[in-house]
Design a protein around this ligand. Structure first.
Ligand SMILES: [Zn+2]
Length: 337
């Protein structure tokens, strides 16, 4: 009988130790975690100073340290995109001077180590479907590079004629190949999110540099048109490409899924991608819009990243793996390409 008590006492002590160890681990996560959102529409709702400041303040409460924002901000117009992107960047640089909330980071190598700064590091990419990004001239790509553009989302539209058809199959056009060659040469990454499967495969196979899918998820888990098929994921693995997982409801869930908390579903996608392309090639690209519109439940409030970290930890992910997903993989990708 006495032995039995001792056993219960020992079990109680070790259970308590386990709890303490687990609580400590979660605290470490919340203190040292650094978050890069590689695809967001938050942060710059307009070029108005007070709107930008209040958005940046809000992003800090969500725990962000760095974002990649999509330009141009005004997305409905089609004319002279280079001029609009460069004007917007110039204005945003002006706004960033002497303010306490954000700074423009053209070259993320400058923060490959977690910085002390409380400010949000803002980087930029181009995503636009209503006008010509390249204007039939690949020399413009160097100019985008000089502006600090991280990646460009390529899309099969009439504007840039990057694709043509051969025997009813969509293939890269001569100009499309020239654009990819130039982006590879300058070091601007190619974003394949939003393409059809056959166009994704064309681009991944042709590109010499690793490509990025900046706001997609796994089609095997949810069949959204923006998600990546297994064929694409295997090709991406060969290409050493990076996938940033979206927080959007329609990419995380199938329409007939019972809609539950987005955190667990997000981690289903992480698990699946890890099993195919490996832990080093997964990041976060929420595609979050103002007011959390289109986001899955549980993925647009102050505790979101802490909850994701806790849930990953519960599924056996180590702190080192969580840091990779939250920011290290993105920095690694940018620094190597
Ligand atoms: Zn998009």
């Amino acid at each position: 009988m006495k032995k039995y008590y001792v056993f219960i006492l020992l079990s109680f002590i070790s259970f308590n130790n386990l709890l303490v160890a687990q609580t400590n681990e979660l605290n470490i996560l919340s203190e040292s975690i650094f978050i890069i959102d590689g695809h967001t529409h938050h942060g710059f709702p307009s070029l108005d100073s007070s709107e930008v400041m209040s958005e940046m303040k809000y992003l800090r409460t969500l725990g962000y340290n760095a974002i990649v924002h999509e330009l141009p901000i005004e997305r409905s117009e089609t004319d002279d995109l280079y001029k609009r992107v460069s004007n917007e960047l110039f204005r945003l640089e002006e706004l960033s001077e002497n303010n306490e909330f954000f700074e423009i980071t053209k070259y993320p190598k400058s923060f490959s180590e977690v910085p002390e700064s409380e400010k949000i590091h803002c980087m930029f990419a181009i995503e636009h479907f209503r006008g010509s990004i390249f204007n039939e001239d690949t020399s413009i790509i160097r100019k985008y590079g000089e502006l600090g553009v991280q990646y460009i989302t390529l899309v099969n539209t009439e504007y840039d004629r990057l694709f043509t058809t051969s025997n009813d199959i969509s293939v890269l056009s001569k100009f499309g190949k020239e654009v990819i060659d130039k982006m590879n040469e300058i070091g601007i990454s190619i974003d394949i999110s939003h393409m059809s499967e056959e166009d994704m495969l064309e681009v991944i196979t042709y590109s010499k540099s690793p490509v990025i899918a900046s706001h997609s998820s796994g089609a095997e888990i949810s069949l959204s048109e923006d998600n990546l098929s297994n064929k694409v994921l295997y090709q991406l693995k060969e290409n050493r490409g990076l996938v940033l997982l979206s927080f959007r409801q329609n990419r995380l869930f199938n329409t007939d899924d019972k809609i539950e908390d987005g955190v667990e579903k997000f981690i289903d996608h992480v698990d699946y991608l890890k099993s195919i392309i490996g832990i080093n090639k997964i990041g976060i690209g929420t595609d979050i819009q103002a007011n959390g519109k289109y986001m899955a439940s549980g993925l647009s409030h102050e505790q979101t990243f802490q909850n994701i970290a806790n849930a990953l930890s519960k599924r056996g992910y180590t702190q080192a793996e969580i840091e990779k997903i939250f920011y290290k993989n993105y920095l690694d990708f940018v620094n190597k390409n």
